[in-house]
Write a protein that binds this ligand. Sequence first.
Ligand SMILES: [Zn+2]
Length: 76
Amino acid sequence: MEKQKRIHVVCNMCGRELKIENGLLKEDAFEAAKEWGYFSGKDLELHRFTICEKCYDKWTSSFLIPMERQAKKEVM
Ligand SMILES: [Zn+2]
């Protein structure tokens, strides 16, 4: 699959446009892609969304069990 050049990306939660330069996201955001399988009610649908950092914090703070966090020593 060819990676298409992104002109703009918006946060699915708040609708804010994220900064893009030369097709690259210039601010960090949570990008998710999920292919639902047979054992779901969404038979083989591919879902994709982007959540900006602010909305990510809001979303994850609503979790009953806090997510796992780990500090990385270096950027890969
Ligand atoms: Zn947002």
